[in-house]
Design a protein around this ligand. Sequence first.
Ligand code: ADP
Length: 922
Amino acid sequence: MQLTVLIKSTEPNLTPPKKTPRYLIRFSVRRIQINKTMAESVELPSRLAILPFRNKVLLPGAIIRIRCTSPTSVKLVEQELWQREDKGLIGILPVRDAAETEVKPVGPTISQDGDTLDQSSKVHGASSDSHKLDAKAQNDVVHWHNRGVAARALHLSRGVEKPSGRVTYIVVLEGLCRFSVQELSTRGTYHTARISSLEMNKTEMEQVEHDPDFIMLSRQFKATAMELISVLEQKQKTGGRTKVLLETVPVHKLADIFVASFEISFEEQLSMLDSVDAKLRLSKATELVDRHLQSIRVAEKITQKVEGQLSKSQKEFLLRQQMRAIKEELGDNDDDEDDLAALERKMQSAGMPQSIWKHAHRELRRLKKMQPQQPGYSSSRAYLDLLADLPWQKASEEHEMDLKSAQERLDSDHYGLAKVKQRIIEYLAVRKLKPDARGPVLCFVGPPGVGKTSLASSIAAALDRKFVRISLGGVKDEADIRGHRRTYIGSMPGRLIDGLKRVAVCNPVMLLDEIDKTGSDVRGDPASALLEVLDPEQNKTFNDHYLNDLSKVIFVATANRAQQIPPPLLDRMEVIELPGYTPEEKLKIAMKHLIPRVLDQHGLSSEYLQIPEGMVQLVIQRYTREAGVRNLERNLASLARAAAVRVAEQEQVVPLNKEVQGLTTPLLENRLTDGAEVEMEVIPMDVNSRDISNTFRITSPLVVNEAILEKVLGPPKFDGREAAERVAAPGICVGLVWTTFGGEVQFVEATEMVGKGDLHLTGQLGDVIKESAQIALTWVRARAADLRLASAEGINLLEGRDIHIHFPAGAIPKDGPSAGVTLVTALVSLFSKKRVRSDTAMTGEMTLRGLVLPVGGIKDKILAAHRCGIKRVIIPERNLKDLVEVPSSVLVNLEILLAKRMEDVLEQALEGGCPWRHQSKL
Ligand code: ADP
């Protein structure tokens, strides 16, 4: 029975073809035949004819094919193999060249007069090679190894060369077992040797097989061999035939078979041959098999990588070629070269300062060396584009500033705001006298819609400079100000530099909008970057990761609340407050500024739309409740849109015939005077003649009245009765709070129910306001007897009941201490069943002892109360000084009540005063 095993080439990718060994079997496909004898021991004669193997080793289990051409080897084959009936045995003995022995001598050295045989692959070549080798070998000193392998001829073929008549043999030999040379002698032309077998006999074999070390080693070897086989089979997709080998052949023989199939050095082959001890052989073989396995894996990895890269770059190449062809077809073949040349030209004409130019030029040189598909190419390109686009030298021309015309400009754009305008004129005057003056940055602080942005843009207009607005609301990342580091893919310049690029001049007025809304987190602190921007000493070299120099920019900032601006930033700014407008001011602003602007924006004039003052007042009272005028402007715009639709509808309809000429709209007149043919337009079936004639009545302006107001703006959103309606029951009262939208009216509702004395709070309240509620309840309970809420001292006010306090507009988060007095008032009203006056609003913090402490934002709060139709406002006594800021037109309409202690508040707030105190006005 014969078992045929195919083992594929071991290192197909790593080994270049010319390195294929001359003697060993070619590694592309290697065939190892194992016959029955492989598994059995072989009886060796005491003498064997010796065929020398130059610098190669035949290991047991290996099969080779050799071609014998030299007279010595031909003689040997003829006598020992060819002329024998049975298949004869010969010994294969490695010999080492003299040159090699200098390094490492092995075995006896005798003068060689025969030939050495080379491996089959060599023999496949021209026979002359073999002769050369023979000639070279002659008289060479060669070193015989003292161990060899007995081999059996599996196949013999004889040939006669023509025309020389020289006989040659091709022999297929199978290595069988190791022997050691006792004595080497010459028989006629070839060598023979007295030998002794090195194979283990049966008992030795059994002994070894029970050795635990051997068992361990053979397990290890088999596992590694199995792994190798799996890898090879995977590559070849062959069946599992090789695995059978592992089961059938004794493991110490397997070691030889596996090693024989690898390409290893002569030294390693010799050392394998010398490994007579089975354990030693196994451990050596395991090491070699493992090394081989690893090298296959590495080779595989490299192949995969190379293949991947190749196919990717090939694909890109193909696509690029296609793109080029398409561009050529389109006559659009400006390639990257031209592109970069254009970029360079643009950079040259950008007028960069020397230092930046040097840096940019270095970057350009780098870019030129890069492939467009290389990572970093596009970001580098975008960077240079930006540098070329930035306004290095381009500046708005600065004219001699005329303060009078600046004042006129401010007056024409804005109503009122005398103090603010005055401060702006002062600022401009300083700039006029000393253009590079490093005064503080102006910062307009106030609720939305009070004209902060438009004032800044008026400053730009007065200075004849371009205006750019940078929104800082919600900026948490320092990179938004400073730009990303250029090492990031997709890095971008900061907002400031981006703004400069947009405005295309280096000296604009730059508005840093909502500077109080920047926050800081892990991504850095934008405020510190802004500090650098606003500091005149530093902004010359402001280090955006892209570039520097903001020294020619005039900065103006806006904020809703000054308190929320980081203190170091605030320190560099001059805060100008815009508190919000009274209804009278709003009316004036609407009549003088907003209505003309809105009409203009909608392509209308007073011929089409008229909004009487009374109606504007109604819009202010019923449809807006804000500190600024933004919603007012929005509502006016809604009215303008309605009028625009009306006008446009009239203009669109075209008459059916020329008889209606006299009744036309301006559009139609133009058409007719042009002498063009009158166009036909289909009039819908359901439009009757009356409608048509109505349409052509000469347009009268749309005069807004209350009905139109309701039709366009919907039912009124606010009316003066809100407070009165809501404060209808005990336990409810009106507070005044401060938000980013300015002052606001805040209702507080308290109610009681059966319970265990708990306090429930709702309306998205912050910690401070929750604590205020606790303080309020504690104070009321402590003073229950004094306030006549309980019949006697020591009675628990909360006995058997829970209290619930709610702040309506539950979706809006609320916090702050200024609701203290409002909370107490609501609770006292609840317990005493006395209503709070609906025309009275209050603000103030309260201590546990009942003292009323001052609070912030008084001016805004009083304005808010006024807007809501409140008639009386209770404020802490210590806030008296803040009243100077409140416009007198508001103060005359309000009764301001000052409170020092909580009792003062209750006295004024509760209907009918406080019965337990002698009624007196504060
Ligand atoms: P802010 O920046 O404070 O939020 P804006 O500057 O955007 O407000 O103002 C909103 C609108 O109100 C703008 O159209 C502005 O012209 C107008 N406006 C605000 N105050 C006045 C004023 N005093 N006179 C004329 N128009 C004003």
